[in-house]
Design a protein around this ligand. Sequence first.
Ligand code: CU
Length: 144
Amino acid sequence: MLKTITILFIFIPSVCFGSSMKMIGEKGDINDVTKVINVKMFDNYYEPNEITVKKGETVKFIVKNMGELVHELNIATKEMHKKHQPEMAKMDHSMAHKHANSVLLEPSDTGEIIWKFSTSAKLEIACNVPGHYEAGMIAEIIKD
Ligand SMILES: [Cu+2]
C-alpha cells in the first residue's frame, strides 16, 4: 500500500499534463505582466466567468476563494480538464497540485497565477474538484 502511494506521488504531476502543457502556454515572468485579472471563486462558479486575453500576453490572476468549499482555478483545454478530473477525485486536498497553471484554495484563501498565453490554443478556466466542472464552474478564455 505504501508503495502504491509513493508511486502516485511520483507520477501524478507528470501524468496530469505531460507534453500537452506547452501547447497551452507557459509560466509567466512577473516582469512581463501586462494585465491583472481578479477572479473570485464561489460555490460553484467564477466571477467573472469570461476573460479576454491577447495571444502572447502575460496575465497575473489574483484568485480569491469566496465560497465555503475548496476550489481550483486551472487554465487548460477542455480535454485536459476532463483528463484531470479523475485524478482530482483520487487525490487528497492536502497534496494539492503544484502546477504553474493552477491554484487550489481553501475557503477565504487567496492565490496567484502568472501565465503567459503564448499559444492560440482554446483554453478555459475550470475547477476540477469533483462535481464542480459539471456544476458549471468554468470561465471561458477569449483570445482576441
Ligand atoms: Cu470548485
